[in-house]
Ligand binder design. Structure first.
Ligand code: ADE
Length: 244
């Protein structure tokens, strides 16, 4: 999968994603990251990419021309006329795991990171296919949201995680939070690993993990529990274990 990011801060994107699992996936050519500096497409002698808002008001607005030309360069590079383009904005649909899965089906995905007070509406209307927010708070630019999305999308791309199964069976895939995990030592500062995990009894371990997922989700994310598909056994278990 090829990620293309139009930004004024390409280094920020590269530095964030060239580490760890996304960095390894790039080295293995499972994903690629093409950062496009919007300023390189300014035709202004001072390389300006923004100007005052018509109608007045605070801050500066990113001009349409440099963004248009940056996007044309990506179209030329991919040889594709139609590309899915995500504009990061607090006004967009809130990003979630099922959107990550859906975006992971694309061969090429383009991100536009805004800055200053915003981006000229005309270029957004021309090129944006998806308006996405990463949550109800306002950041200084679209770079961190683009990095968050690329990280979440990448791990849904086959081969990025060493164990493909782990992406499917974790938090949110079934609207339940993940069960708690433990490793050695068996006892840490007087706290023991739950006995069932040492028992080697796989059916009991699965049952305990399911119950822990149910309890955590009810306690921390009751909104998710409402969307989860619960069995009769799950419901009986929750009824027998009221919130303490
Ligand atoms: N740009 C500024 N804040 C943002 C947010 N919460 N999500 C996406 N893009 C943004």
């Amino acid at each position: 999968m090829n990620f293309h990011v139009m930004t004024l801060f390409p280094e920020m994107i590269r530095n964030g994603l060239e580490e760890s699992i996304t960095g390894r996936a790039m080295n293995k050519n499972i994903i690629s990251l093409n950062t496009v500096n919007i300023r390189d497409f300014s035709q202004d002698k001072h390389l300006h990419v923004d100007d005052y808002p018509y109608g007045g008001g605070a801050g500066m607005v990113m001009q349409p021309g440099p963004i248009y030309r940056a996007f044309e360069s990506i179209k030329a590079q991919t040889g594709k006329e139609k590309l899915r383009l995500v504009y990061l904005t607090p006004q967009g649909s809130v990003f979630n795991q099922s959107m990550a899965k859906d975006f992971a089906k694309e061969e090429d995905l383009v991100f536009l990171c805004g800055h200053y007070e915003g981006v000229d509406e005309r270029i957004l209307e021309m090129i944006v296919t998806d308006y996405v927010s990463i949550g109800d708070y306002v950041l200084t630019g679209g770079e961190l949201p683009a990095m968050v999305m690329i990280d979440a999308i990448s791990r849904m791309v086959p081969g990025v995680l060493s164990n493909d199964v782990s992406a499917e069976f974790e938090s949110f895939s079934d609207n339940l939070l993940e069960y708690p995990q433990y490793t050695r030592p068996e006892e840490f500062m007087g706290n023991k690993v739950p006995d069932v995990l040492l028992s080697g009894h796989h059916a009991n371990i699965d049952k305990w993990r399911r119950e822990q997922s149910l309890l955590r989700t009810r306690k921390w994310r009751p909104d998710l529990l409402e969307k989860a598909e619960l069995t009769k056994k799950d419901i009986e278990f929750l009824d027998k274990n009221p919130i303490s």
